[in-house]
Design a protein around this ligand. Sequence first.
Ligand SMILES: [Zn+2]
Length: 394
Amino acid sequence: MKKARPLVVLLLAAATAAGAEKPKVTYDEARRRIPVRSLPAFWIGDVADLPGRWAKLTRAEVRRIAVSPGGRPLHLIAYGQKERCPRHANFNSAIGGRDPTAYMDKASRQKPVVYFVGPVHGHEVEGLTGLVSLIQVMETGRDLRGRAQPELRRLGDRCRLLIVPAGNPDGIARFEPRAIHGMPLDVFQFWAMGTWSDDTVAMWPDSKRQHPRTGPRVGYLGCYFNDAGINPMHDEFFVPMGPEAPAILKVAMQEGPDLAVSLHSHGSAPALLRPAYVPLEVQDEVRRLALRCYGLLEKRGLPRGGAFRPAPEQGNPPAPFNLVSALYHISGATAFTFECPHGVAGEKYSQVTFEQILDIQLTLYEAMLQHAVEEHSRLQAANGLRGAGSPTVR
Ligand SMILES: [Zn+2]
């Protein structure tokens, strides 16, 4: 006990010091500290113009899948025919029956289905910028810079693409700076997680300890949340609190994607994260995709993170069951989170230009589509071989 006392004192002192360092930022200050910069024409940092943009699409199938608490639409933009794929059971019952094809025989489809879920955190508009460019590539063969993207288009045509460009339109609408690029940590976090009522910036992990983010403790409602204070990444998936996550999951349930991503952003280098509460085989597949994506990024002179190690759920507390976990459990999709750098100011953070952010997004999509096409061919070949090798035909 005697030995423990100095340690306790030290820990308390450290905690107090950490508490004292918690930054305070007011709304007026956060607005004053938005960097002076001109955002490139290809940058998409708002949702206001999106419905007008979708109305002009000529090749896409456009569907409104939900309306946010703030009255803003969530749209699904799809390319490629929806193939008939009989469903006899929901995914988890099919698995209970030891036959995933009772949910959907994904290998019987001509094309793989790839699902892109745009930012559910409103300030993470790097993914919105990327997806609107992907839509432009599918419409015209060129991204929003006017740059030809023949490989991305060729791969896109070999898949069915499901794109929800804005997963949390309320959060994006609230994001006045339209890009985090060039901001220091405290202002970045102001817009991301918001503040408590004393203007203290809400920092992780405290920021997640109140949900929904409503009531007298809340100062500025950060862009993680919809107008009702819900963070769709951590909705209550079994008894939903907001409309965004259930709409995103319903698309997955109905379409049975082979591959699905939830697009996020952070301060560090681009990274594909370990999906939690999914089989190790699914984690292995995401790791293989991560290595493919990192290889492409490296070849293009872009930054890249490190590959995660597949692992069973463990620890106290363990990883949370989040939107990505739910995407797997409702559709069997190989689902993961992608984190793109924002270009936060400071040496500690991954330094990227706006151009590089778009290149990182398009590189991820290319890696995903390559992966989906190859995995699908492999699955079809394996099924064909099993059929051909079967000694008896019943
Ligand atoms: Zn996020």
